[in-house]
Design a protein around this ligand. Structure first.
Ligand code: ATP
Ligand code: MG
Ligand code: MG
Ligand code: MG
Length: 476
């Protein structure tokens, strides 16, 4: 089943069950705590928080998502992309656990001929939160899932909150057993590659008070009106329904791998390392196109930096595989070719997306060679001292002068067996940011504002790291 059909069926199934279809929001989150949208519920946060009224009690969407924190997994696990689409059904003070569980099961297991996805129920496993007896009872008694395929998981995977006071509650997840070629048995609690998580059902049941992050907080009581938030990974379901081993080989991604293979002269399947590189190119170029399509331009801060990171990593991977000419315009065209049906605005915007991508490639290729020489020299110097960690100021110099995003430096250092002093790098980045702010203030007032320097000098600025800077990992 093609990705486009998976999407159509999801929307049809829930709209036939009284859910209003909401188009995907932009990847640029309308939310000061997030840079990019990492989950389908984000555009609906005001409804969940009670700050706005939803347009109806039941909604359904297929939301574009970007998860930068998953970047290290890309191409190495079979199921993490930086870009993916989350199918979700949402209920506000309407159906709750039994409704959400029953719908999910029905859609997954109804035959393809009857409008479902036709998954074999014997291959589906479910998890519930530690003390969620109610959800377990529904799975076992109402749905008939045997006890040995229901597992209990703790707070980390199976309890959801936004990291701030407000709604929270247990989750229940559905995973698919891909068989012994993906590892030993034991269910999703012990092996999440073989038992691939497909669908997360969040039961917003309680109200949480203030506390430490996502795990340590008091539960104030039951919410007066309970809500449902679910997320089914479209690409992961496509992995199963298309019978491919990973999400980079599904219809919409495989074409990009094939084009990258042509452009670099490497055959997909020739070696594990070049396969990983081709998967990285495919994922990162998809993410780049979707970001540029939503108006992000490459830069050194915020969203622009996310885009720069993924694009430059893809470009370098293509060079390493043997590309000597620019590649991004061809890859942009391939991505738009495969995503344009679902996102026609990309087709209309093709020229602009191409231009932005080409300019970023040209800028990077200008500094890639010189930067690589600087990095190699720094690695050799570190090694000659018997060191195993590349200094933070080198990473900073590479970033600042040669346009090397930190991931690229990490990756290139790791290829030569070194790690990088990331804390040192971030400290210097932070100082530079403070300087820029002070300069901007000085320009405005005509006076140099030295307070930022003083704070840095006194060690008073508390560095909160990239997670906070980039936002998307912090809340959802
Ligand atoms: P995992 O444990 O596999 O990392 P998750 O628990 O982080 O997934 P959720 O936050 O529950 O994922 O998101 C809901 C669904 O979105 C997941 O069940 C999965 O199908 C899909 N999904 C999440 N992250 C990714 C990703 N990086 N690439 C593709 N699909 C994803
Ligand atoms: Mg995850
Ligand atoms: Mg998970
Ligand atoms: Mg999950």
């Amino acid at each position: 089943m093609e990705s486009a059909e998976i999407r159509r069926r999801y929307l049809r199934f829930f709209s036939e069950r009284a859910h209003a279809i909401v188009p995907s929001a932009s990847l640029i989150a309308d939310d000061p705590t997030l840079l990019l949208v990492p989950a389908g519920m984000v555009p609906f946060k005001p409804y969940f928080l009670g700050a706005a009224r939803p347009p109806g009690p039941r909604l359904v969407s297929v939301q574009k998502c970007v998860r930068t924190p998953d970047i290290e997994e890309v191409g190495r696990t079979t199921r993490h992309g930086t870009f993916f689409q989350m199918c979700g059904n949402f209920a506000f003070g309407d159906y709750f656990k039994e409704g959400a569980i029953t719908y999910a099961w029905e859609l997954l297991t109804t035959s393809v001929a009857d409008g479902g996805y036709g998954l074999d129920p014997e291959r589906l496993w479910v998890t519930v939160y530690l003390d969620d007896d109610e959800a377990e009872r529904i799975w076992r008694e109402k749905i008939g899932v045997p006890a040995e395929r229901v597992q209990r998981l703790g707070m980390g995977p199976n309890f959801w909150s936004m990291g701030v006071p407000g709604p929270c509650g247990p989750c229940s997840e559905i995973s698919y057993d891909r068989g012994p070629e993906f590892g030993p048995e034991g269910g999703p609690a012990v092996n999440d590659e073989r038992y691939m998580e497909l669908w997360n059902l969040v039961f917003m049941q309680y109200e949480r008070g203030p506390g430490q992050g996502k795990e340590d907080f008091p539960i104030l009581g039951e919410l007066p009106s309970k809500n449902i938030d679910t997320g089914l990974g479209l690409e992961r379901l496509a992995v199963i329904l298309q019978g491919v081993p990973n999400m980079f080989e599904i219809d919409t991604s495989r074409v990009v791998i094939d084009r990258a293979a042509e452009l670099t002269g490497v055959r997909y399947g020739a070696a594990e390392s070049s396969d990983v590189a081709l998967r990285v190119i495919s994922d990162h170029m998809r993410t780049s196109v979707m970001l540029i399509g939503d108006g992000v331009v490459p830069g050194n801060e915020g969203r622009g930096y996310v885009l720069r990171r993924v694009m430059r990593r893809a470009i370098r991977a293509a060079r390493l595989l043997g590309a000597t000419d620019p590649v991004v315009q061809e890859l942009v065209d391939t991505v738009i070719g495969s995503m344009g049906e679902q996102y026609p605005e990309l087709v209309a915007d093709r020229e602009r997306v191409r231009t932005v991508a080409r300019a970023e490639e040209a800028a990077f290729l200008k500094t890639l060679k010189a930067g690589t020489a600087i990095l190699d020299a720094a690695v050799a110097e570190t090694r000659s001292r018997g060191g195993a960690v590349l200094a933070g100021d080198k990473a900073f110099q590479l970033h600042d002068t040669w346009g090397f995003p930190i991931d690229l430096t990490l990756e290139m250092a790791a290829e030569q067996g070194l790690s990088v002093d990331e804390d040192g790098f971030r400290r210097l980045m932070k100082e530079q940011r403070e300087r820029a702010k002070a300069d901007a203030r000085a320009k405005k007032t005509g006076h140099a504002d030295l307070s930022a320097y003083r704070e840095v000098a006194a060690g008073r600025t508390d560095f909160t790291g990239y997670v906070a800077t980039e936002g998307e990992a912090t809340v959802v």
